[in-house]
Design a protein around this ligand. Sequence first.
Ligand SMILES: [Zn+2]
Length: 287
Amino acid sequence: MAIAESASGGTPESDVTASLLHRDCPKCGTDNADAPALEYSWEHWVLRGCGRCDFVYLENPPDYADFAVAFAWERNHGDRSKRMKAEYPVSHAVSKSWRKFYRAAVKKPDKLANRINKWVPPGVVIDVGCGNADRLLVLPDHYETCGIEISEGLASEARELLAARNGSIINAPAVEGLASFPSGKATGVLMRSFLEHEHKPIELLTQAERVLQPGGIAIIKVPNFASINRRVMGSRWCGFRFPGHVNHFTPASLRAMVADAGFTIASFNALDRFFLSDNMWMVARKD
Ligand SMILES: [Zn+2]
């Protein structure tokens, strides 16, 4: 709670930053503390490009082991919309109007549901960072639904909503939550808009591979740091969220990390990582 108060109460910067973690490169383990920060860094949030493997990551996130602390950070600093409005008022207004129009005019396909139906065999599906279980609730009946959620409030909402279909929720950080499942338990693990938040992405992918049975599928969606939009928008790119987004994947780094965790890449074609899109989708299989 001390951090929540200091974050909103104007305590000197040094007190606030003293409570942050230090991360080595989450992909190869190199300590890049002596390298210059990337130009995309913002306020006291330090983005590094790894000198050894090029991976881009937030070096000093708040400690998510203490969710109350992390939530306070998100609440006070994580609102990208507020930042854009303050720093780029005109382009923020144009972009907001465009998105509103686009959403009203275009009915987008449900990319997650489509991939689940196409790839995931009937059985247990675990949604990592399930929120209030909105994604699990709409799955067909031949899936048994499990969710992992770090927020106590969302976890209890999810538990209530999933009770009707006998779904279960684990209120824990993602790696710990997955570690509590026996090996080979699941046919599907969903990581939609999650891996970019995870301090330990290799551990998470390794656990995901372990809990899947042979033939089981992991579905991953993350922002694409190599997207054209990131190059055009620079610091305004929607993938930069401080301090929430701690890993910035390119198609190459995502592919390498997922393969290192033991998966075979089942689908990651040009449309899955479309160069005009801010995001990319991957389907990975445990053989
Ligand atoms: Zn590295």
